[in-house]
Structure formats: C-alpha cells, structure tokens
Design a protein around this ligand. Structure first.
Ligand SMILES: NC(=O)c1ccc[n+]([C@@H]2O[C@H](COP(=O)([O-])OP(=O)(O)OC[C@H]3O[C@@H](n4cnc5c(N)ncnc54)[C@H](OP(=O)(O)O)[C@@H]3O)[C@@H](O)[C@H]2O)c1
Length: 279
C-alpha cells in the first residue's frame, strides 16, 4: 500500500474555500491514498499550528486569505515564482523541508492557453486591471510569454507603480497607468484581465469603454462568483471573446496536486460543473 498523503487548505475564515471539492474529486477519481481538508487557523497561531499538522503527517498545504504572505518566513525554501510574487499559496514538505511555491501564475496561463488555443501573446499589449496579489501572479506569468508591453492600472496608483518597479527589474515591460486613464491604452491591447474584486457578488461592477478596445482582443475576468460578471457581459455585447475565472482556480489546484500526489489530474467539465454548483 502506498503512503497516505495528507493535505489541507489553511485560511481564516475557510468555509468558503472550493479547494476541498477540487482535490477530493481528484483523490477519488484516481483512487489515491490520501485526504484533503479545510482547516481554519487564526493568523496569530499560524506557525505553531502548522508545526503540529506537519508532526501529524501533513505534507501539502494551500493557503488563502490572510495567510499567503504571512507564511513566507515559515518556509525553509521558496521557489523563485513565490519569491517574485511575494506570496505562497502552496507548501510541500519534503524530507522535513518546507518548500513554498505559488501556483497562481501557472493557473492563470494554463487556463488562458486551454480556453484559447494558439493564443498569440506577442501580437499586442496586455492591460492588467488591479495591483494586488493576484495581479502580481498574472503580471509574472505574462512576463514569461514575452508580451511586448504590460500595462497595469489600479485605483491606488502607487501600488501599480510599486508592482512595476519591483517586477520590471532590468526591463521596462510593465507600465503603470492611472485609473482614470486606462481607456486610453485600450487600442494597443490584445488582452485585458480584471484582477480586482470589482464585479464580485456584493461589489460594484468594473466599467471600461469596450468601444476603444483593439479588435479581436481577449477579455479575461479572474472573478468567478458570479461566473459571468458584468465586465464579461459588456465585452461579449461588444463582440469580444471572453474567458471566465473558474479555470484559473482549477489549474492552480492542478499544479499543487501534482506536487503532492505525483499525478497530473485532469481539469474536465465534470469537475468544473461540480465546483460551479457550489458557487
Ligand atoms: N480565479 C482565481 O483563481 C483567482 C485567484 C486569485 C484571486 N482571485 C480573485 O481576484 C480578486 C483579487 O484578489 P487579490 O488576492 O489580488 O486581492 P487583493 O490583493 O486584496 O487586491 C484587490 C485589488 O482589487 C482592487 N479593488 C478593490 N476594491 C476596489 C474598488 N472598489 N475599485 C477599484 N479597485 C478595487 C484593489 O485596488 P486598491 O489597491 O486600490 O485597493 C486591488 O487592486 C478577488 O476577487 C479574488 O477572488 C481569483
């Protein structure tokens, strides 16, 4: 019998997390010897509680709010992507070593490339709306595609500027744009991504002038509750192709699952519908 693998998602609160549905679907589908739970840990007790879980044999963790940054100093090693993003959403314990990673960049890119086969990243600029944790993961992912320019706009401009300063390093690929000037760059963009919480259930909607967006551009919203945000509906009404946010959630889980269970699990329609039914 193979070793029993224990994994969990840690947050505070945690009851909203869809990760147990995703990982348990795969554990069952591939008849694996393992478990995945949701565990609520208060940020004040994070390291002590993680120590206890590791002593009990847990070897894989996901982190959600408010832990993604707090867990950085707990890691013995950071994969480069976690270091660049400045947040850990996935931790693996290997030979007693705690290795922090971030699977959001992979999740974002895997979703886009699966939804839009043959997507040409080098044919125009991207506009990333927002400058929080998800935006950092997405800008890092887009940098790897060699897009010629990545505009970043944010309600608080200083955060867009800081993101550009930190991720640009020796390039000038990332260009911060003032929130009230974002429509002015739309004619250069072949991809727009909403990474803000605008459009989420209970939040105001995100409005942009789709009349100014370059013809044939792809519009992605990483918000998935609701699945079809007003931003995506407006884009469709103006004739643009759209990609919803649920795939990024599923693909970021795929990379984490692979690290812990050494199986490459499939993101299929059955799983997508299972998760959507809980939103
Ligand atoms: N699909 C997925 O797998 C996935 C993965 C990660 C995150 N997400 C979603 O992405 C969103 C952002 O997550 P995050 O972790 O990046 O959060 P975060 O770090 O808290 O960043 C929030 C972002 O939203 C902006 N924002 C919030 N309220 C706003 C408003 N009223 N007007 C304009 N901008 C506003 C913030 O701008 P300021 O800097 O000005 O406050 C900031 O840019 C959430 O909805 C989350 O659920 C989805």
């Amino acid at each position: 019998m193979s070793e029993f693998i224990k994994a969990a998602v840690i947050g505070h609160p945690i009851s909203h997390s869809k990760s147990p549905i995703i990982h348990n679907h795969w554990i069952e589908k591939y008849a694996l010897n393992g478990s995945y739970e949701a565990i609520d840990i208060h940020p004040d007790n994070l390291s002590a509680e993680l120590d206890k879980l590791i002593a009990q044999g847990y070897s894989g963790f996901n982190f959600t709010l408010p832990h993604k940054e707090l867990v950085l100093p707990y890691c013995d090693e950071l994969e480069q992507i976690a270091e660049v993003i400045g947040a850990v959403n996935c931790l693996s314990v290997k030979d007693g070593k705690k290795i922090g990673s971030n699977t959001d960049s992979y999740g974002f890119l895997a979703n886009l490339t699966h939804q839009k086969q043959g997507i040409d990243f080098q044919g125009g600029a991207a506009l990333v709306i927002g400058a929080g944790g998800a935006a950092r993961a997405i800008v890092s992912a887009l940098m790897s595609t060699r897009m010629p320019r990545i505009y970043v706009t944010n309600r608080t401009f200083e955060k867009a500027q800081k993101l550009a300063d930190e991720l640009n390093m020796f390039t000038d690929l990332i260009v911060p744009v003032a929130w009230d000037k974002k429509d002015q760059v739309l004619d250069q963009c072949t991809l727009i991504v909403n990474t803000t919480s605008l459009g989420m259930d209970g939040q105001p909607d995100l409005e942009i002038d789709f009349g100014r967006l370059s013809k044939g551009a792809l519009v992605n919203d990483i918000v998935y509750a609701p699945l079809q945000t007003k931003f995506l509906k407006d884009a469709q009404a103006s004739g643009f192709e759209t990609v919803t946010g649920i795939g990024m959630l599923l693909y970021q889980a795929q990379q984490a699952f692979r690290k812990w269970f050494h199986v490459n699990p499939e993101v299929d329609e059955e799983l997508t519908q299972k998760v959507l039914a809980q939103i």
